[in-house]
Every structure is written in structure tokens, then in C-alpha cells.
Ligand binder design. Structure first.
Ligand SMILES: C[S@@+](CC[C@H](N)C(=O)[O-])C[C@H]1O[C@@H](n2cnc3c(N)ncnc32)[C@H](O)[C@@H]1O
Length: 222
């Protein structure tokens, strides 16, 4: 395993519980307020993803960097045929399994501990998502290429924008905690998407993020 991946794995294993609390709001009222203010786009990207995934029923999903399973379980609850979540952090995947079981959708969810590039994907998915993932990946191109390869319809992604007040704050705060973060200008994002082979994509500004819907060429052939 690459040392970059090991670094991320260690960081996210240690952060799993506090990450989950950003969504569950099991925090002091002040911390919840701060999350709602400073992390508003985390909630907005969730709504963006659901809106652009429609129709969800009977479709198959791949969630790369699935974290604590918020998206995967929501897809399953909304009638997805099957959702596969991949993440490098074991503690995150334990949260996914607990959440899917609590919601009664575990039979339509699989959670795999792996880096996407090291995982031999045997399935083809209607939709793949990579939300809050590319912040932590040094070279997005091979990951995007693989997502495109295994997806027939569309890929939904988020990327942190470079020109925001929060970018340097995150770079320093997470950097000091051993978690490198990567940011994107629109120009760089377009170049990366093209290099990965996407010819058709939409880029939306959502708070301090770019949210992307990129269409797989496979869809045009079918
Ligand atoms: C900020 S969390 C986002 C989780 C979830 N997608 C969400 O938005 O709620 C980032 C996740 O990406 C995972 N991750 C980071 N690098 C990864 C990689 N190379 N392959 C798979 N997962 C990765 C981390 O373990 C972590 O769970």
C-alpha cells in the first residue's frame, strides 16, 4: 500500500467517530451551530448528490470513500438495487455496517475496505459517487478513470475550491494533523476531468466546493 494511502487510513480511522457526529449532531449546541455555519456545504453536497442521482430506485451505486455510510444507506432507503461502499478506513466501514443494519438495508449494501485503485471491481454500476474524497487524493486522474470505467450512467463528485478563505485554514489545520488536503481551481478541475476521459460534465459551485456531474461515455454508446 502506498504511504499516502496509509497516512489517510490512519487519519480517517482516528476521525471516524467525530466525522459521524458532524451528521448526527451529537455535539454541544455551539459545535452543532459551528458545523451548520462552517460546514454548510457538507449538507448541501448531500442534497446535490441525491438530486442528481434521481431516479434512485432499482439502480446500482458505487460510493468511493463512503465514510460512515450516510450516502450509501440513503440510496438503499430510497430503493437502490444495491450499493457498494469502498473506503480505506476500517472504523468508517464499521459505522457503515452498523448504520445499514439499524436502517434494515444491510442486504442491499456491501462495504469493502480498499483503495479503489487496488480493488478488482467485478461489477458495473449505474452511478458512482466520490463525495468529500478528492480533497484527500493527490492524483485524482487514475481514480476518476477507474470510476468512469465501472460506471454506465454518471459519476457525481465533489472537489474543494482553491479560492476560498477556508482552503488555507484547512490546509494548515489538517496538515498539522498529518492529513494532506488538495484544492482545485475550475481550470485545474476541467483539466483533470478531461485527462480522466470525461467529455461531458457539469460543474456547479456549491458553497466552498465544486460539485460535478460527469457522464460516462458508455452511456452514449448504449
Ligand atoms: C470526508 S470523508 C467523506 C465520507 C463520505 N463520502 C461523506 O461525504 O460523508 C472522506 C473519506 O474518504 C476516505 N478515503 C480517503 N482516501 C481514500 C482512498 N484513496 N480510497 C478510498 N477511500 C478513501 C476516508 O477514509 C474517509 O472515510
Amino acid at each position: 500500500m502506498k504511504s499516502e494511502i496509509k497516512t489517510q487510513m490512519t487519519y480517517w480511522d482516528s476521525e471516524a467517530d467525530s466525522f459521524q457526529k458532524i451528521y448526527s449532531h451529537e455535539k454541544s449546541p455551539l459545535s452543532v451551530w459551528l458545523d451548520k455555519f462552517f460546514r454548510k456545504d457538507m449538507y448541501e453536497r448531500f442534497l446535490f448528490t441525491l438530486e442528481h442521482s434521481a431516479p434512485i430506485e432499482n439502480r446500482t451505486f458505487l460510493d468511493v470513500g463512503c465514510g460512515n455510510g450516510l450516502y450509501a444507506v440513503e440510496f438503499a432507503l430510497r430503493g437502490a438495487k444495491h450499493v457498494t461502499g469502498i473506503d480505506i478506513a476500517k472504523n468508517m466501514l464499521e459505522l457503515c455496517t452498523q448504520f445499514a443494519t439499524a436502517k434494515g438495508v444491510q442486504d442491499r449494501c456491501s462495504f469493502i475496505q480498499s483503495d479503489l485503485l487496488e480493488y478488482a471491481v467485478n461489477d458495473i454500476f449505474d452511478i458512482s459517487i466520490g463525495i468529500g474524497l478528492f480533497d484527500y487524493i493527490q492524483d485524482a486522474v487514475p481514480v476518476l478513470q477507474k470510476m468512469k470505467q465501472v460506471t454506465t450512467d454518471r459519476v457525481i463528485l465533489s472537489f474543494p475550491r482553491f479560492w476560498t478563505w477556508r482552503a488555507p485554514v484547512r490546509k494548515i489545520r489538517l496538515g498539522l494533523r498529518g492529513c494532506p488536503v488538495y484544492f482545485y481551481t475550475k481550470k485545474k478541475l476541467v483539466a483533470v476531468l478531461r485527462e480522466a476521459g470525461f467529455q461531458r460534465f457539469e460543474i456547479h459551485s456549491v458553497g466552498k466546493l465544486f460539485c460535478v456531474v460527469a457522464y460516462s461515455a458508455n452511456r452514449e454508446r448504449s
